[in-house]
Design a protein around this ligand. Structure first.
Ligand SMILES: O=C(O)CNC(=O)[C@H](CS)NC(=O)CCC(=O)C(=O)O
Length: 287
């Protein structure tokens, strides 16, 4: 007989520019999720803070060896859980030279060690006239690599962040590298989230035949910004198996890798691909 299936928890928060209450809110959710038996807890992009402007965002950033990550490592140890900390504002090795940060998805193991760190590779430079204006590349360096999926008690976890969700190439690369769960910690805008969020997450789950876990920012982060919320877990068939609406809180899902294997057996898309045909698909269009 199969044992109990691993339980994962997704935390949804409203981060502000004030780091201390953000840590209090996130750590309370992690403790609650651990009490309920989750082995892996996901927090959204900007779980550390959401700055009012690029200058404040840069001034609040720390290194992976800084105080805040130390407190999260202690939290992981206290609770005995894995932590997916999406979208940490990281001062990297090149901080002094570039004065820009990385948008870093940190995976901590229950000993509080950094099991993996993925730096966002697709930066969100998007301008919707009169509605949305984002220029992440103004204060963030692009990550230079996709990180191989990490074995956790829930399955092999592939790391992405927010805007990466729009690029099926990275999800397929992670699937090919062995991912069973894809994660998109996010801070989506209300405008783009209401139109694209759920359909993109379900599409990534269906085409990659992975679980998709997406922890989200929700509500008013500061005077000038609101986030869409609607944290989700999607199974490899495309069914939404856990969901939150708006407002802070948790949702939970069991990860069933036997079900995942069955979906992959029944519709073997990975074996039907035609890489001989799509060689240049990721390149800019020819003039
Ligand atoms: O800047 C921070 O502090 C945290 N990072 C973010 O909020 C990022 C970059 S501005 N937001 C997104 O990628 C939104 C994507 C989105 O909304 C879409 O693709 O439609």
């Amino acid at each position: 007989m199969a044992g109990p299936k691993p339980l994962v928890a997704v935390g949804q928060v409203t981060s502000t520019p004030d780091k201390e209450p953000n840590f209090a809110a996130c750590s309370a959710l992690v403790r609650e999720a651990a009490r309920r038996g989750a082995c892996l807890v996901f927090l959204p992009e900007g779980f550390d803070y959401i700055g009012r402007d690029p200058a404040q965002t840069l001034s609040l950033a720390e290194g992976l060896d800084g105080d805040l990550m130390g407190r999260y490592a202690q939290l992981a140890r206290d609770c005995g859980v894995w932590l997916s900390l999406g979208g940490f504002h990281e001062r990297g090795q090149d901080w002094a030279a570039t004065q820009r940060i990385y948008n870093c998805h940190v995976l901590l193991d229950p000993a509080g060690r950094v099991a993996a760190a993925y730096r966002k590779t697709h930066l969100c430079d998007v301008e919707l006239e009169g509605r949305v204006s984002m220029k992440e590349s103004g204060f963030t360096n692009r990550g230079t690599e996709i990180v191989p999926p990490v074995s956790t008690p829930a399955g092999k976890l592939g790391l992405s962040i927010c805007y990466d969700l729009r690029f099926p190439e990275i999800s397929l690369a992670l699937r090919r590298a062995g991912a069973e769960i894809l994660t998109y910690p996010s801070a989506f805008t209300v405008t783009t989230g209401s139109a694209h969020w759920e359909v993109l997450l379900r599409a990534r789950a269906i085409e990659s035949q992975c679980y998709v876990v997406a922890a989200a920012q929700t509500g008013r982060n500061h005077e000038g910004r609101a986030s869409y919320g609607h944290s989700l877990v999607v199974d490899p068939w495309g069914t939404v198996v856990a969901q939150r609406g708006e407002g802070p809180g948790l949702c939970y899902a069991e990860i069933d890798l036997e079900f995942l294997q069955r979906v992959r057996r029944e519709i073997p898309v990975q074996e039907h691909r035609r890489p001989d045909l799509y060689g240049t698909v990721g390149l800019p269009a020819a003039p």
